[in-house]
Design a protein around this ligand. Sequence first.
Ligand code: LLP
Length: 421
Amino acid sequence: MKASEVGFSRNEAGHATLGGTSLSELISTADVGTPAYFYDLSAMKKRVKKMRSAFGNAPHLIAYAIKANSAGSIVRAITEAGAGIDAVSGGELQLARKLNVAPRKIVLSGVAKRDEEIELAIGEDILALQAESVEELQRIRQIAKKLNKIARVSLRINPSVQIDSHAHIATGHDAAKFGIAKSDLPEAYDFLKREQSSLRLVGLSTHVGSMLKSPDAYIKSAKVVCDAARLVRSQGRPLEYVDFGGGFGIDYGDDPAEPPQNFAQAAVQLLREQELGDLTLVVEPGRSLVGSYGVLVASVLQSKKSGNRRWVMIDAGMNDLLRPALYQATHRIEPLGATPGELVHRVVGPVCESTDDFGEHALGEIPEQVVIRDAGAYAFTMASEYNGRPLPAEVFVADGKVQHVNPSPGIKAWLQHRLRA
Ligand code: LLP
């Protein structure tokens, strides 16, 4: 496999590379300071194409969960490769439309949608608003009536399936706030039947959570959707699609996950077995399309020994990459200019919080700069300005070359908007 297909790698001299080009060279071409995110757009595009080919001739839509990384350059690369969008807010929906994603390739998910967001989705005539309760259907109906339109809706089912993942990213169990419980579906169907002049049921959906390592739980929840789809059809109501959600895991270095193609193939097979193969199969991957193809580069500000502990303080913190603090996630941290050594250091950020801690890493000699790996998903999108720290820069690499730079807004901008407050 060529280096450009894998995002992060190392060249013969041991220097960290992205898309086959040394990160030091990319940093100097982009002319950015640290911390800075670097993304390999070519690798992301390839990932989408590979996933698309796993569907064979089955009608499908890969609705990229844009919350994973909403950078315009990334959304453009992914949608140019054929994907649509799963949005969870009016902001994400507008972004997708401004990037010319066709309305019928967009779904709007989310457990609490504002009236304006519902209006926008109906007005844009997107593939569907994925409703998460009977009460929400009532609101959608009200708004559709006011607009004198028929809203295209899908029901997001809570399949009551437990997954083996961090509790904070499991969404398909009984106690989760997400989706319509199976026992409430008859009420939803009745309501939809009564309100056909304002609501059209076009799909049935689910999403059980994130970081699935194999298709087992995915298929278990998909079966619940298939049962519902067969029932709806037996009542003579046409459906356009079923949506089994996203959640395909990636390898953060300690625990491999099956590739997204395996999930797609298992889903296609299930639909055929269930005699639903004519329906469009929607999937909503986020992390698996972008996570492995981004890195966060940081500089070492300070090191210290205290007792027998060795600390390395870097200029990226939990405000730039929240995952370790929020989910005890581990991201591999390595020297930029040399292969990892033996000596282990505890790597921490500058934020005044004990959870601003990236864990222990074998850095060897203390490097000037480090690479935090697998930072393409749920990284920049979850960043904040906590502790008076401006958002980091972003650099987009295509075919091994810097294609675009989004500089950090900088400290001046931060000062201005805080002084304005
Ligand atoms: N569809 C829905 C309705 C979702 O809520 C999500 C993610 C996805 C699709 C995409 O899931 P993915 O394929 O990326 O796993 N911030 C956490 C992950 C939260 C996921 C939220 N929902 C993390 O950094 O691990």
